[in-house]
Design a protein around this ligand. Structure first.
Ligand code: ZN
Length: 76
């Protein structure tokens, strides 16, 4: 496991939200707000895929809501 002194490479940042860094040992750190979650590279890939699937589900829900609003606007 890596220590705090190890130089991490920043993979991505989002101002006001956080960042994602990777350690030379392959540990990926996800920093959001004041919380940091460390995980192995393969686990991070699974998290990334899970988030992508969640976004697709959210997108479907948004479309359903948007359609419902449009439909009700037409019928009124
Ligand atoms: Zn490390």
């Amino acid at each position: 496991m890596c220590d705090e002194q190890t130089v991490h490479e920043t993979l991505a940042t989002c101002p006001g939200l956080g960042s994602i860094t990777v350690c030379p040992c392959g540990t990926v750190s996800l920093h959001v707000g004041g919380v940091s979650v460390r995980m192995e590279m393969t686990a991070y890939m699974q998290v990334a895929r899970m988030c992508h699937l969640a976004m697709l589900s959210l997108d479907n829900q948004m479309r359903t809501v948007a359609q419902a609003i449009t439909t009700s606007a037409v019928t009124h």
